[in-house]
Ligand binder design. Sequence first.
Ligand SMILES: CSCCC(=O)C(=O)COP(=O)(O)O
Ligand SMILES: [Zn+2]
Length: 209
Amino acid sequence: MNTHSKEWRELADIKAELAERDWFMGTSGNLSIREPKSPFFYITASGKDKRKQSDSDFLLVDLKGKPVEETSLRPSAETLLHTVIYRKTNANCVLHVHTVENNVISELYGDEGQVSFRNHEIIKATGRWDEDSELRIPIIYNHADIPLLSDKFKPHVEEDSGAVLIRNHGITVWGKSGFEAKRILEACEFLFQYQLLLNQQRAFAGSLR
Ligand SMILES: CSCCC(=O)C(=O)COP(=O)(O)O
Ligand SMILES: [Zn+2]
């Protein structure tokens, strides 16, 4: 794997870390990183078990999501979402994972179209440092048609870092670097776990009254 570029290896490291967290159940999830000084990015090959590591984990695609080299690999079925981010922002890394917590949060708050958090120290991990900062995560419907899904996703991609929940599907986050994207993803998952536990504790306390 040493023959690969620095970005390829960085993405492989992130993939291994997320796999350790068991965030790639049932072949779900896809990751990408921009290849600097080129209009291309590396993205995970579709349908693979992302917990496994191999030299054919990623392929290089253009900003339309088409492979730029001869390959038998298929880019992720959700490549179009990654192209939206790379076309609209200066983000350099996109991470998409399905977790039970992000799915349950997306269902609980899906009708509101967003979930928001305030007064949490970990919000700083998303780059918001003010005491009263709010982290607002939009929730969009999980259209099976990926071009339609990416059209609905597009208006929520305005900054170089961010996060969007796809209802009963997963979360897509992006950042200026792999480190930033992973930090935002971990902060979001922390907040989802917190909110679910808090809701549970409140319901339990309510049932005792
Ligand atoms: C088995 S999960 C369904 C597809 C999906 O949502 C996903 O994240 C993985 O798709 P890919 O084509 O990137 O392997
Ligand atoms: Zn997915």
